[in-house]
Design a protein around this ligand. Sequence first.
Ligand SMILES: [Zn+2]
Length: 144
Amino acid sequence: MIERSLIELEARLFAVELVQETGRHLRAGADPLNYSAVDFVEEIRPRQYHKDTDSLADAHGLLLLCPLCFERAGTSHVHAVIVPFDERGCPVVLMRAPDGKPVYWKASGTGLKDLVLTPSVRPVDGCCWHGFIGSGGVKPGHAR
Ligand SMILES: [Zn+2]
């Protein structure tokens, strides 16, 4: 596989923000497959927003085009890969292993250009890409 820069893979660092918002939601106990207008209630609930950031210090995770599918198909028909970072105080769990445990990677550097993630990256779902970002012989800020 060719080593590519995170910029080429359209990578973005993001931070998760929970915002309390009023909205119409199915009431507790309503059948989600058989409901009517009376089953909705107006409630305040937290809504999750992912905001781009240039600072690794502020980031909760990385989003990039899958390096394996990018190599196979270019930018068309390529799915995104999300890589949650450990020890960042993210207000939600972004990824879980099949056993239900949260999945995280250790991130170091200052931003996309020198990002290093450990251990190797293997998304929980998606395709069969199992690679490295800035480690395992791959330059910081690059993936393979
Ligand atoms: Zn893929």
